[in-house]
Design a protein around this ligand. Structure first.
Ligand code: AMP
Length: 439
């Protein structure tokens, strides 16, 4: 299978060759012809399968055939749950669209409306937005969605999870009924199917991995350990290959900060990425991680969502996620596009119940082994009465991501950045962010 055989234009093929993409991934092979043919699409594809290109390529091809961009009237809209994901999609769109004239911009909160309004006034073909700030623009009439021909809902499961449904409905109400709708989701829960049925027309389905599975190239290891010795064990695991880029998940922002401090004191170059960090600090941490200036990035679930790091070899769950599905999302950072990956979870007795859920969800053997010298005082319990951390320890999902944004230093012409990813869904719970910490 080649990109040529999917019916893509020469300008896109050239850009793909420059990206070093030899052949389409399964989700691309399945989706691109359907999207080009104008069908609605329901795609079950986790991050790391090449799903961004699966919608971006046919979208660019369609947009390139239309006339010049009209002020305020985008022709395509991509909705995503987080600013990181929006920024990443824009990066990809710009790379794939390098040889065609397409104006794309991101729209999200946390930064001034002015530059975004200016970009919209200049005319954009494609808007990549988080729902909250898009609604702000709709209210101000700085954007008009009545000419949108294609809508993409990316990470639809996560959008629903984050309470974006009311915002989504509002945006959908402002779109033409005659349009093409593409919905991508890592997991295909019944709510997603219900959403699809409400807003889509006879969608075709593409499913490249069975729902709720992680890439087959990832090996999963669980190391039982007493909670108070987790940090030590983390150091021990990291020390096995001190140059290996590792993404570490922490359940809480505070926990992430504490962990970074500990790692730094132990001589490991690390930074945290979470919702209390300013946009600049987050961008810098990610850039430092990508460039190898730091080897460990400690992230909370939402902040890490959608981060695209090529060939990340290792993900460590310092804490298990409270929701089993989040394990799938976390592990989606490794073993991407066919490369080998390793997922290590440090699990304390009180997390036994969470581990049980994850094993059930994956229907896959996760190897559980003690690390010599770190065997826990009580074994994990994987029976029905297995304990779980108290709910109070759960990281609140939505409001934590609010932080003071600063205009980014991204090099994109009229691309805007900000951090209003949760604005609409959680409006009631909005509060003023604390001053952003330095990474
Ligand atoms: P995504 O699932 O969209 O987050 O993509 C995961 C990673 O795979 C990104 O780093 C892409 O640049 C890369 N990728 C996407 N399509 C291909 C392809 N056909 N060949 C090689 N790498 C790809």
């Amino acid at each position: 299978m080649s990109f040529e055989s999917l019916g893509l234009a020469p300008a896109l093929l050239r850009a793909l060759a420059e990206q070093g993409y030899a052949e389409p991934t399964p989700v691309q092979a399945g989706s691109i012809p359907l999207v080009l043919a104008g069908h609605d699409l329901l795609a079950a594809a986790q991050t790391g399968t090449g799903k961004t290109a699966a919608f971006a390529l046919p979208l660019l091809q369609k947009l390139s055939k239309a006339g010049p961009a009209t002020p305020r009237y985008p022709r395509a809209l991509v909705l995503t749950p987080t600013r990181e994901l929006a920024a990443q999609i824009l990066d990809n769109v710009q790379a794939y669209g390098k040889h065609i004239r397409i104006h794309a911009t991101t729209i999200f909160g946390g930064v001034g409306m002015g530059p975004q309004i200016n970009a919209l006034r200049r005319g954009v073909d494609l808007v990549i937005a988080t729902p909250g700030r898009l609604i702000d623009h709709m209210q101000q009439r700085s954007v008009d969605l009545s000419c949108v021909e294609t809508l993409v809902l990316d990470e639809a499961d996560r959008m629903l999870d984050m309470g974006f449904l009311p915002a989504l409905k509002r945006i959908l109400g402002a779109l033409p009924k005659q349009r093409q709708t593409l919905l991508f989701s890592a997991t295909f829960a019944p709510e997603i199917k219900a959403l699809a049925l409400q807003f889509m027309r006879e969608p075709r389905e593409v499913s490249v991995t069975p729902p709720n599975t992680v890439a087959a190239t990832v090996s999963h290891h669980v190391h039982p350990v007493d909670a108070e010795r987790k940090r030590e064990l983390l150091l021990h695991v990291l020390a096995q290959d001190s140059r290996r880029q590792t993404l570490v998940f922490s359940r809480t922002k505070h926990g992430a900060d504490k962990l970074v401090k500990y790692l730094e004191q132990s001589g490991v170059r690390a930074a945290a990425i979470h919702g209390n960090k300013s946009q600049n600090a987050r961008t810098k941490a990610l850039a430092d991680f990508k460039s190898g200036r730091i080897t460990v990035l400690v992230a909370t679930d939402i902040a890490a969502r959608g981060i695209d790091i090529d060939q990340l070899p290792m993900v460590i769950n310092f804490d298990l996620p409270m929701v089993a599905e989040d394990y799938v999302h976390r592990i989606g950072r490794t073993g991407r596009a066919g490369s080998e990956g390793m997922a290590v979870s440090l699990v304390s007795h009180d997390e036994s119940g969470l581990l049980r859920d994850i094993r059930k969800l994956l229907k896959d053997e996760i190897s559980i082994s003690d690390v010599p010298g770190f065997a826990p005082s009580a074994p994990l319990r994987l029976d029905a009465g297995a304990p779980r951390p108290k709910q109070g320890q759960r990281q609140p999902r939505a409001p934590q991501q609010r932080s003071q944004g600063t205009p980014s230093h991204r090099p994109h012409g009229h691309a805007q950045q900000g951090n209003g990813e949760h604005a609409a869904g959680n409006r009631k719970r909005r509060r003023r962010p604390r001053p952003a910490a330095k990474a």
